[in-house]
Write a protein that binds this ligand. Sequence first.
Ligand SMILES: Cc1ncc(COP(=O)(O)O)c(C=O)c1O
Length: 466
Amino acid sequence: MNDSAPNVAWVPAVEEGNGPMYLAIAEAIARDIRAGVLRPGQRLPPQRALASVLGIDFTTVSRAYSAAGKDGLVEGRVGQGTYVKESGPANPVVSGSAKNQTVDMSMNVPPRLEDAGLVRRMWQGFDALRSEHGVEFLMRYQMPGGSHEDQQAAQFWLQRHLGLQPHDDIIICNGVQGATWTILSLILEPGDTICCEELTYPGLLALARHLKLNVVPIPMDADGLDPDALDEVCQTVKPRAIYTTPTLHNPTTITMPVARRARIAEVARKHDLQIIEDDAYGVLASTAPDPLCTIAPERTWYVSSLSKCLAPSLRVCFMVPPSGTSNDNVRRAMRANGSVVSPISARLATNWITSGLADKILSAIRFETERRQGVLRQSLPDIRVPKDAFHVWLPLPDGCSATEFVLKLRGSGLGLVPGAAFALDKAPNAVRVALGSTDTAVNLGTALRKLVDALENADQHDWMVV
Ligand SMILES: Cc1ncc(COP(=O)(O)O)c(C=O)c1O
């Protein structure tokens, strides 16, 4: 620091050797805003004064303020200087017109990352793509299933977070939805029967309708899908496959214990069922038993997604077919139905994984999830949510119909999903609340208070469905 430098009210604690100086300053701004050291509306030191204090060129400070501005953290006021913004960055998930905004708690996405430095490093991944591979390469069609480099990154990721050691190449697809379409079209014919949990991911139900499959829901208990009920159903309807989400099940958040997984594998073997294991939340869960594919590798189509543990917009998922499957057939099906991942997305994911950034994003998502669970407990202290789950399954009191409740709250600007969206048969009287989809934890608190208020003031007769 320069001895004759002016006094300034705030000096960034710059971590050296961590990229360019201007980014280190921008990260310090983000860090200090998060920590409350820099308050909303506070003026940042004049650029020349701070440059003098730090002994650096004034253009470096200027670039740093501009980077923080792009992250929505600070704003320049003409003739006055640079100020910490009064409100956070622009809200990406509030939908509707300004007059009639809906606070969305219906879309099950990871919470927005508050760490501006981390977000900036995610963006830098795009620059790295250009310099490492060239835009030309990324603009071409590529083989269905991903490049060798992308497959190796996928292998590393699944080994690191789930201890999986796939027997063959991993196939990279555009999301669990694309992968499931490919699998269903390979192993089932129209009119065939597939079983699933009695509450299941609506994307599966949409695909089954599209492919003209019969879906038979299997009852669940506190440990998930009931294997005895599955066994019984198999005696009569002769399904050919089962679709299950054993970890942080959507919508119930149940994670099947080891013994339950083993028993399901046993029943699947007994009736020669193929298993589609949708592990969309598997990596997100910091503790979960080994996936079903490790117990029944000969019949399990395992699918892991980056949507919940990194970013849904990537639409990148990793498929491990059963041992002995011809991956050529899988690739042919993917070429036919278009579930091929964009090389740009796949390479960005590879870049994040191999640089270690993906681990940081995952930790940040878990951190923000914990923070949002804390906000939930303030409004609904009795609701139990497993660690790392950013969705909540909320049973409603008798007489308060979930569908009516959702419609009513939608009318007052709050988005939730009723139990009926996940059910084929009788819909439970419950709603799914997505903690990650409001723009900030503060807005989540406001939305949850509104929800609790609606629950407490529900005129029982208003909610009756006849
Ligand atoms: C159980 C389950 N499977 C799959 C998906 C979608 O995954 P992807 O984005 O990889 O298609 C979701 C998204 O909510 C989900 O809850």
